[in-house]
Each structure stands twice: as structure tokens, then as C-alpha cells.
Ligand binder design. Structure first.
Ligand code: UDP
Length: 472
């Protein structure tokens, strides 16, 4: 009988993409049956397209969990993590019966925000793993936060020194995760609740690889702190990034446009599945691009003056008219040099295209891995969640990115600074250096995934455990 495993991502592209890729690898490379339990939301068109793609392998089944009604449980002003955690909590109420109906899979692999599944799986004697969809450095922070919470009384933002996560690079206060910047709010309570339960997993799959974050990985495996809190074994199995997907009409247009551009000449500008800028910042960005006179693809969303991740669950984020909010005449003036794409571009197809020379990115973990996988240097433009930590690592440790400075007292990165950064990355000496380092990382990422590579072997070892336990 074939081994059957279920996987449970949280909603949102940044979570679904790596889960889907792990599921595909389990099916295609290791011959396992996988059920992907989909927490249904008012998902974006892109999310639906991904989960119901005709190209999914036959032994990977997507099962929609019944939609949860959370209207009575969240207030209008609830933060994104609170909303997400309540959706998950309510959606997991039928999990026990779903798992029984599926004939009790050999294992369940959950997302960081789905830890209610631990107790349910315990009752059913199903081992539960986590697929951690952020960096290894952030896993170390996740494991350390409950201790920090016990030891520190003040707000973390008032600490005089960077946060020293055991064995890892200290985190500057300004780079701390948004949700821990105010300990009194629900966002913090939810994060702490789930982070505190992370060690309950049987094992933690990492969307990273042995050579990419060696210091954080070594710390989690060897530092006494992580042993003391009973951290389960970690298995780096990444980079799990989206493979080529069928192109939409708009996506095909992007690629056709890139086909006509010279090698390494285009800057790709995209801020993830939910990132939005303020009106003022978007205006500066557009002007900066225009002044730089470099080729670009700009993926834009309607600006918001509220939260940068405000459009995360938004359905109508998929259609908009950029002319309504880009500087007047911008599209006409940059015609031939730039391509403006509303809301969504086929990011992986763009990053792997030989004409793409750099990526201005919000540094979400998936975008980071995609850029590294295709050896594309970055301009780091972190917006929310743990992206400032990722940006710091890319700029200061891995050396594959540069980061623009916010104008003093202005609250925005100004057009001259954007122009300078774009020129530096596309044509300057520093650009050459970071491109060289990005190419080295590209090599290291692909080595890990190859048959016999460290990530392949890491996953294979766990699969073997499941297969053996099935035969007992
Ligand atoms: N993405 C895409 N096209 C877009 C924007 C995003 O294909 O126009 C994909 C991107 O390739 C990545 C994911 O959406 O796989 C975004 O995940 P990430 O972790 O980078 O950021 P998040 O959206 O979770 O903030």
C-alpha cells in the first residue's frame, strides 16, 4: 500500500506555494500519495488557479475544508495575523473527522499557524511535522520568543540592544517582526501562542538548504538553548519554489516582452502577493524608475495609505487600472523601456528569464528563494512581517542585495535614491559584485535539490521513516 501524507498550509500564496511544491516532490520523486487540505478563504484568482491547476500530479488531491464563518469573531480592525489565525482555528474544527475519513494518513505536515492540529493528531496517533515557510534564522527567533517573553518585561522596541537569539546574528530592534512590536495587541498573542507550540512537532522541514544559512542551522542543531526547549529535528528540504505554471494571457505578454530585451537588462519590480505602497511612495518609485532610464517590469497594485499587506486576502486586488494612480504620463513616457503589469506577474518565469537582470523585492521568503535560485541580485524593499530580517540577511550576510535609504524625516524612499540604487545594481561595479554572489548561490541551491543533493536526501530520510513505519 502506498504511503499517504496530508499537508495543511495556512491561506495566502506565501504559504500555499511551498506546501504545494513539497507535496509535488513527495508525489513525483518519492511515490507518496498526498492530500492537500485547503483552508478556503476569499482567495485571490491566482491562488485558486494554482490549487486547481490541471498540471497537478494525479496522486496529489486538493481537499477544500468547509469555509469557516468568522464574521462574529473578528472586528473590522483586526490585524492580518489575527484574522488568519481565527480563520485557521475555525477551519480546523472538522479536522479530526477529515483525517479519519481520509483513512488516517501516516503523517500530517502543518504550517506554523496551524498548531491546533497537534492535539487532534495526537488523539489519532498521527505524527505531525511543520513545514516552516520562512528562513532558518526566523525559525530560531520563533523558538526563542517564548523565552524572551518570560525574561523581558518592557516592550521589545524599547530594548537598548539588538535581540540576541541564541547562536544567531542579533536582530536590530527596527528589523523585528511587526507582530512583536507591541506586546499588548492580539497579533502578538496569536504569534506567541503558535511560536510557543513549535517544538511540539515531530520534525521541522525547512524551506532552506544546508549551505544557505549555515550559522542558524548549526545553532538550532547544536546550541544548548534549542536542546533545552526540546527542539525537534530540522530537515532542510528547500528551496521549494514554484515551478513554471501555465501562463495567463497577461503572463505570456510579460514573457514575450522580455524575449525582446537584451541579456540581464531588465529590473523586475514586485512586492509579493499582498504588498502595497502608499500613494506618495508609489509616485517616488515610478519617478525613480523613469529617471534611471533602465528597462523594467513594474507590477503594481492600487496604493493604500494603511497597512502594506492590506490586500492580502483581497479578491478584487486582481484587476485594477494602473493609470489611475501612477504619475500622469508615466506609462506613455516609459513605453518601450518599461512594462506596467497590474497586480500579478508570472514571477518565476520572469526571474528565470535571461533578460531579467535584477529584482526589486519586498523580500518575502518565497521571493527571496526564487531570486536566489535564478541567480538574480536584489534591491531589498521590505514591507511587513519578517521581511526586514530577510533583507538584513541578504544585504549584510549573503551579499546579494542592496537596500535603499528612507529620506530623513520624509518617511519615503525618494526618487533620486531609487534612481541611484537601480543604476548601481543594473550597471555599477557593486551591481557586478552582488550579481556574482547571486550566481554562486544559484549554484549552491540547485546542488541541494538534485538527486543525491542535501535537500533531496533530507526529505528522502523522512520518507524512509514513514515507509518503514507503514510496514511495521
Ligand atoms: N508572486 C507571483 N506574482 C506576483 C507576486 C507574487 O507569482 O506578481 C508569487 C511569488 O513568485 C512568490 C509568492 O507569490 O512565490 C509570494 O510569496 P512571498 O513569500 O515572496 O511573499 P508574500 O506574498 O507571502 O508576502
Amino acid at each position: 500500500m502506498k504511503v499517504h501524507v496530508a499537508v495543511l498550509p495556512s491561506p495566502g500564496m506565501g504559504h500555499i506555494i511551498p506546501f504545494l511544491e513539497l507535496a509535488k516532490q513527495l508525489v513525483v520523486r518519492h511515490g507518496i500519495h498526498v492530500s492537500l487540505l485547503n483552508i478556503t478563504t476569499e482567495a485571490s484568482a491566482a491562488q485558486n488557479q494554482l490549487l486547481h491547476s490541471p498540471t497537478l500530479p494525479p496522486n496529489l488531491k486538493v481537499i477544500d475544508l468547509p469555509p469557516a464563518d468568522i464574521s462574529a469573531l473578528v472586528t473590522e480592525d483586526a490585524g492580518i495575523v489575527t484574522r488568519l489565525c481565527i480563520i485557521v482555528q475555525e477551519s480546523l474544527k472538522p479536522l479530526k473527522s477529515v483525517l479519519i475519513e481520509l483513512g488516517k494518513p501516516q503523517a500530517l505536515i502543518i504550517d506554523l499557524f496551524c498548531t491546533q492540529a497537534f492535539e487532534i493528531c495526537n488523539e489519532l496517533s498521527i505524527p505531525t511535522y511543520t513545514l516552516f515557510t520562512c528562513s532558518t534564522a526566523f525559525l530560531a527567533f520563533t523558538l526563542y520568543l517564548p523565552t524572551l517573553d518570560r525574561e523581558v518585561e518592557c516592550e521589545y522596541v524599547d530594548l537598548p540592544e539588538p535581540v540576541q537569539v541564541p547562536g544567531c546574528t542579533p536582530i536590530r530592534i527596527e528589523d523585528l517582526l511587526d507582530q512583536v512590536r507591541n506586546r499588548k495587541i492580539d497579533e502578538y498573542k496569536w504569534v506567541l501562542f503558535h511560536f510557543n507550540r513549535t517544538p511540539l512537532a515531530t520534525g521541522i522541514f525547512l524551506n532552506s538548504w544546508e549551505d544557505f544559512e549555515p550559522a542558524s542551522l548549526k545553532a538550532i542543531r547544536e546550541h544548548p538553548f534549542y536542546k533545552q526547549i526540546a527542539t525537534p529535528p530540522v530537515h532542510p528540504v528547500g528551496p521549494l519554489i514554484k515551478e513554471d505554471e501555465p501562463l495567463t494571457e497577461l503572463g505570456a505578454k510579460c514573457v514575450a516582452w522580455l524575449d525582446k530585451q537584451p541579456l540581464d537588462s531588465v529590473l523586475f519590480v514586485s512586492l509579493g502577493s499582498g504588498g502595497t505602497l502608499t500613494n506618495a511612495q508609489l509616485t517616488e518609485l515610478a519617478w525613480g524608475l523613469e529617471l534611471s532610464q533602465q528597462r523594467f517590469i513594474l507590477v503594481v497594485r492600487k496604493p493604500t495609505d494603511g497597512s502594506a499587506s492590506g490586500s492580502f486576502f483581497n479578491v478584487d486586488g486582481d484587476v485594477n487600472d494602473p493609470k489611475a494612480y501612477l504619475p500622469e504620463g508615466f506609462i506613455e513616457r516609459t513605453k518601450g523601456v518599461g512594462l506596467v503589469v497590474p497586480s500579478w506577474a508570472p514571477q518565476v518565469a520572469v526571474l528565470r528569464h535571461p533578460s531579467t537582470g535584477a529584482f526589486l523585492s519586498h523580500c518575502g521568503w518565497n521571493s527571496t528563494l526564487e531570486s536566489i535560485t535564478y541567480g538574480v541580485p536584489m534591491i531589498a524593499w521590505p514591507l511587513y512581517a519578517e521581511q526586514r530580517m530577510n533583507a538584513a540577511m541578504l544585504v549584510e550576510e549573503v551579499g546579494v542585495a542592496v537596500k535603499p535609504m528612507v529620506g530623513e524625516g520624509k518617511g519615503v524612499v525618494e526618487r533620486e535614491e531609487i534612481e541611484r540604487m537601480v543604476r548601481m545594481v543594473m550597471e555599477g561595479e557593486e551591481g557586478k559584485a552582488i550579481r556574482g554572489r547571486a550566481k554562486e548561490q544559484e549554484h549552491s541551491a540547485s546542488q541541494g535539490l538534485n538527486f543525491g543533493g542535501s535537500s533531496y536526501e533530507s526529505l528522502f530520510r523522512v520518507v524512509k521513516e514513514w515507509t518503514t513505519s507503514d510496514q511495521i
